[in-house]
Design a protein. Sequence first.
Lengths: 211, 211
Amino acid sequence: MPTTKTLRAGSAHKRAAILTAARELFLTDGFDRTSVDAIAAQAGVSKRTVYDYFGDKQTLLRAVLDAVGQSLVATIRRTLDDTLTDVTEAGELETALVAFAMRIATDMLDSAEYATLQRLAQTESDHLPHRDDQLITYAPDEALGERLAALARAGLLDAPDPRLAADHFIALTFGVALNRLGSANAAEDDRVRPLVIEGVRAFLRAYRREA
Amino acid sequence: MPTTKTLRAGSAHKRAAILTAARELFLTDGFDRTSVDAIAAQAGVSKRTVYDYFGDKQTLLRAVLDAVGQSLVATIRRTLDDTLTDVTEAGELETALVAFAMRIATDMLDSAEYATLQRLAQTESDHLPHRDDQLITYAPDEALGERLAALARAGLLDAPDPRLAADHFIALTFGVALNRLGSANAAEDDRVRPLVIEGVRAFLRAYRREA
DNA sequence: ACCACACTACACCGTGCAGTGTAGTTCGCT
DNA sequence: AGCGAACTACACTGCACGGTGTAGTGTGGT
């Protein structure tokens, strides 16, 4: 490790710093209004280095997008495992779903970030190579869908189309929260929790297995 | 009319042309990437005229936003009156709600347009005078909320918080549709209708009055 | 015939920014 | 000592765009 440590670690560190600075500035100021000079300054790096790491501004945006998407899907999967695995009784269901939604909402303003960045990518810098964006975009829905399918098999839910149920769940919780409160808040806002709880209850009214 | 017709009509016409061109270009290319020259060209008007009508680019954006918001709330209200007024029997409810949602979805990609423009306004051109944006933004939800409250009073729905129910309805229909399909489609896409129908059904499962 | 006005065409200025080229510095390695 | 790589500081080019000033054209009203 000592051989590569200072070099690669330094490299990796700078790379991460650039990505972070770029993400923050893109989110607050928008893609076009963010100058590469500003990114370099905020990252504590010379502009030339930015261009040496990533070829141009578009590629940098692409890299930011990939990084955020990556961490997004990782967090979703982890949270899913933490909160929805050992649910076997109907009584636990609401609590578990609320816990899941709240952890996503707080751990990750990322989700809002990612949506915004997607929009930036799509609108601002027109048509960058589309690649497997859809995979990343739809991954959360599908992961949640699988989990809901498991809950349906366990007799707790009545969800013939689990993927659709997942979309409905997301819409009723994050969708409503993002719609009512600007995407800026997410974490610390007191108004999030009640909204999420009511969303979960509506979801359960629609999808709970009838006795 | 002949006195003002050619003059004012010409003026109004050009004004509208500029607003339309600006809206289209802002939506497809984003605010910053749209040059005033391009707007003038697409509107069939000299750049100078654009600056004579609206003082600068920001003001033009503001005007576009106002115009779209205006037409949005008008369409919502009209559609609400057309589809949800004389519903008195439980059997009509699903059909009526689907009709409402579909007409909004097709008549108006506007809703998607408006959301996108809001984002542009908020992110791109930082802080333009905020004014009564919230009124326009939340108007649809509130209008639908009132209507749902009426349906609740008629004994067709069980919605103690009609405003929340409205948010849930919107999330389950438009939210899901916008999430799955890019905002570009809306109107002609065959996949919209089934999504909307399933959204309405989920909504009714959650909010229909229990016998 | 003339004025006022709306509008165009066009040239023009200033500026901010993407991207490049390069000389110089630091530092780990041998 | 000396080499090479990572990095910085900085100057510089080219361009696109916001905004303005202005001369000229068409047109309706008097």
